[in-house]
Write a protein that binds this ligand. Structure first.
Ligand code: SAM
Ligand code: SF4
Length: 479
């Protein structure tokens, strides 16, 4: 959601499953498989889609006998799963590769004595392609996100001793299916339902890096959900660049709202989230599904990008401010209150002060519970790349700071209105230093409250006693 510029090491994500996790048991491959005895390390940049792609890549490797390790130093194979949504994110991988090259000059061999292999995966891989080999000669594998289904073949080639292998085709009509996925969160399972994007937003690289839209059959998604529930996952997060553009290729031709209802009805599933929804494809049926299925979380992330119809047209978003607000009215009219979040870009091409004021007025009108906001970053091969990036960097920074301060006030106001209310939370974490449990409500609010480590993974009721702009404080009132 929001594609925060966070960087997550899949090998160190909190809450790695215990050794008895059924997923890991399945991954324990016989000694005869190709990667037996080899080790790997993955570092992930970018959005939840990337985090989940890394979980699937880790599953592919573990099924071949590779073992995950927690540092570059102990790995035979080092993978960077990259993000190129903004320039800064794309640059990160090259600074990592530069640092690694120096380190490799000192100790370039893996634990088995073989030279270490470095792979670049994801959006930068797709965007830069073979140029990565020239820029970073230590790289042996380049694979774009649309080509992950080719990963086993590419690994075969590497294991056979090929020095440089690449998977960069965008002519892909299949999804990345794995027999095994290493899941890094013991309670929440990510599940891709749709990959790629067919929209053409003027600023965005995703259609070029992730390829065309392709949905997974609903019966396969539902079978995955039943299996995840039987393995003990109680929360499922359905993922897609535009999750609600889902089109079931299976015989049932299930709608997205129908699929949501189906997942919510799986026995053992207590919470279902889905992200990201595109405003153009957002229908009243989705709101009806949330109203009638308590397991569907009362939270929708609906990126608006700008409050100005003029800027929205330049962005090629396919809706006006009024059309977006009609979707918001539908959500706000729900019998079950629904928490809203969004993404906003400031300083897109010729955004004027008046356009920006309209974005601020939209914030006040909608009153989101969370906003992910970004300065416009021109990206290669997008249709906006040919336009003048006319808003100076300093002005983008000023607009971003104003917007974030305005939103901070809105969030504080909305969170203060929660004081005295009781929520069910899933305890996701425990902070020993503070003696506090960290829980999340279905509406995606974080509540800290005095607790015990053993509560992690449990559902509890908490009454809110204090509120800040980003989180709440409460007391436990029972299970
Ligand atoms: N598909 C989703 C949608 O259309 O709303 C968004 C997915 S995109 C990967 C995540 C967010 O990154 C976008 O909503 C947008 O706010 C931001 N983003 C994308 N391209 C950007 C760019 N060139 N500069 C700044 N932010 C960008
Ligand atoms: Fe990018 Fe637009 Fe597709 Fe979202 S809908 S991934 S912003 S092109």
């Amino acid at each position: 959601m929001g594609n925060e510029l966070i960087q997550i090491s899949a090998a160190t994500v909190q809450g790695s499953p215990p050794a008895t996790d059924p997923a890991l048991e399945k991954a324990t491959a016989p000694a005869s498989v190709a990667g037996a005895g080899k080790t790997f390390y993955i570092e992930t940049f970018g959005c939840q889609m990337n985090v989940h792609d890394s979980e699937k890549v880790a599953g592919v490797l573990m099924a071949r006998g590779y073992r995950a390790v927690e540092s570059h130093d102990d790995a035979d194979l080092i993978l960077y799963n990259t993000c190129s949504i903004r320039e800064k994110a794309a640059q990160k991988v090259f600074s990592r590769l530069g640092a690694f090259k120096k380190q490799q000059e000192r100790a370039g061999r893996g634990p088995g004595g073989n030279p270490k292999i470095v792979g670049v995966l994801g959006c930068v891989a797709q965007q830069e392609g073979g140029r990565i080999f020239e820029r970073a000669p230590q790289v042996g594998l380049v694979c774009g996100s649309a080509s992950y289904s080719k990963l086993p073949d590419l690994l075969d080639q590497l294991e056979a001793g090929n020095r440089r292998v690449a998977g960069l085709s965008l002519e892909i009509d299949e999804c990345f299916e794995t027999e095994m996925t290493r899941r890094d969160n013991p309670f929440r399972a990510y599940l891709t339902i749709i990959e790629g994007c067919d929209k053409e937003c003027a600023y965005c690289v995703v259609p070029m890096t992730r390829g065309p839209e392709r949905s997974r059959p609903a019966d396969r998604v539902l079978a995955d959900c039943r299996r995840l529930a039987s393995e003990g996952y109680t929360e499922i997060q359905l993922l897609g660049q535009n999750v609600n553009s889902y089109r079931d290729p299976g015989p049932a031709h299930m709608s997205f709202a129908g699929l949501l209802a189906g997942v919510a009805e799986v026995k053992g599933v207590r919470r279902v989230r889905f992200t990201t929804s595109h405003p153009r494809d957002f229908t009243p049926e989705i709101v009806r599904a949330i109203e009638s299925h308590p397991a569907l979380c009362d939270q929708v992330h609906l990126p608006v990008q700008s409050g100005s119809t003029r800027v929205l047209a330049h962005m090629q978003r396919g809706y006006t401010r009024e059309q977006y607000m009609a979707k918001i009215d539908c959500l706000r009219g729900s019998r079950r209150p629904i928490s809203l979040s969004t993404d906003i870009i400031v300083g897109f091409c010729d955004e004027t002060e008046a356009d920006f004021e309209q974005t601020l007025s939209l914030l006040e009108e909608v009153e989101y519970d969370q906003v992910f906001s970004f300065k416009y970053s021109p990206r290669p091969n997008t249709s906006a790349a040919g336009r003048v990036d006319s808003v100076p960097e300093e002005e983008k920074g000023r607009r971003l700071a104003i917007l974030q301060e305005r939103q901070r006030e809105i969030q504080l106001r909305r969170n203060q209105a929660c004081i005295g209310r009781e929520f069910e939370v899933l305890v996701e974490n425990y902070q020993p230093r503070l003696g506090q449990a960290v829980g999340r409500t279905t509406s995606n609010r974080v509540i800290n409250f005095a607790g015990q480590p053993a509560w992690v993974g449990q559902y509890m009721n908490v009454r809110v006693t204090e509120a800040g702009p980003n989180s709440l404080v409460g007391i436990n009132t029972g299970m």
